[in-house]
Design a protein around this ligand. Sequence first.
Ligand SMILES: NC(=O)c1ccc[n+]([C@@H]2O[C@H](COP(=O)([O-])OP(=O)(O)OC[C@H]3O[C@@H](n4cnc5c(N)ncnc54)[C@H](OP(=O)(O)O)[C@@H]3O)[C@@H](O)[C@H]2O)c1
Length: 266
Amino acid sequence: MTLKPMTTEELTTPATSLFDLTGRRALVTGASRGIGRAIAVAFARHGAQVLGVARSEQGLAETGELAGDASGSFDFMSVDLRSAEGIDACVAQAAASMGGLDILVNNAADDHESTIEDTDPAVWDRVVDLNLRSCWLMTRAASAYLKDGGGKVINIASILGLVGIRNDSAYVAAKHGLIGVTRAVALEWARAGVQVNAIAPGFAQTAMLPDLTTNDDAANYIRRQVPMGRWAQPDEFTGAAVFLASRASDYMTGHVLVVDGGLTAR
Ligand SMILES: NC(=O)c1ccc[n+]([C@@H]2O[C@H](COP(=O)([O-])OP(=O)(O)OC[C@H]3O[C@@H](n4cnc5c(N)ncnc54)[C@H](OP(=O)(O)O)[C@@H]3O)[C@@H](O)[C@H]2O)c1
C-alpha cells in the first residue's frame, strides 16, 4: 500500500510533527548497545513502538530502561542474527507482537581487523554473514509487512561502504555490499511505497572501536583525519535515523546519508 504524498500543510508543519513516529512499529537490530541502542531510544522518544533485537538480554533490558520515559515503547527479543531461521522467526514474531511492521533498521554488525593474508575464510564468512547476509534476509522476511503500510528500511552501513581502508577487507566488502543491496531493493520497492536508504557513519565511540579509549595513537589518528577533529557519539546518528524513518524523507530512496564529521568530503 502506497501512502498518499503529504500535503503542503503537512510538509510545512513544525518539525515535531514532521518527524513524529507515533503509531509506527519499528524493528531495530543490534539494539543492546552503541548506535542501535541510541536509535531505538530515539525512535521510542519520537513515539514509535520499538522492538529491539540482539543477543544480550541484559544489554537490551538496559536499552529499555533508557527508553523508560518515552512516549512510545521499547520491547526486546534475544536473537542471533547469524541464524536464517532465527531471522524469519524474529520478523514474524515482531510483526505479530506489534500488529505489523513499518520500519526496519539493519544495524547489527561485527568487525574483524586483519590483513587479507591473516584473515581465515571462516572469519570472512562470519563477518559477511552478519553484516550483509542477515540484513538481506531481514529485509526479505519483512517485505510483506513493510509493503502493507508505507514502510522504511534503514541500513546502517559505514563510510567503509564507500571507501576502502587497510586490514579490514571482509568488513569493507560487506559494507559496500550493503550499500548495493540498499540501492537495488530501493529500486525494486520504489512503487510499492517502501523507501530503502542507508546511513554511512564515520568513526564513533562504541564497543566496535574500543581503541579510541585505550590507544592514544588510534585516537590521535582520528583527531587528525576527521575534519571536525573528533569522533562521534552514538546519539549523533539518531537525527539521520529519525529523518529516514519519518515521513520527512518520503521522497528519498536508494540514498546513502553520510554522517562522518566531513571525513569523506575531501
Ligand atoms: N562504531 C563505529 O565507528 C562505526 C562506524 C561506521 C559504521 N558503524 C556501524 O554501525 C552499526 C552499529 O555499530 P556499533 O558501533 O554500535 O557497534 P557495537 O557497539 O559493537 O554494537 C553492535 C550491535 O550488534 C549486535 N550484534 C552483534 N552480533 C550479533 C548477532 N550475531 N546477532 C544479533 N545481534 C548482534 C550487538 O549485540 P549483542 O552482542 O548483544 O548481540 C550490538 O547490539 C554497525 O552496523 C557498524 O558497522 C559503526
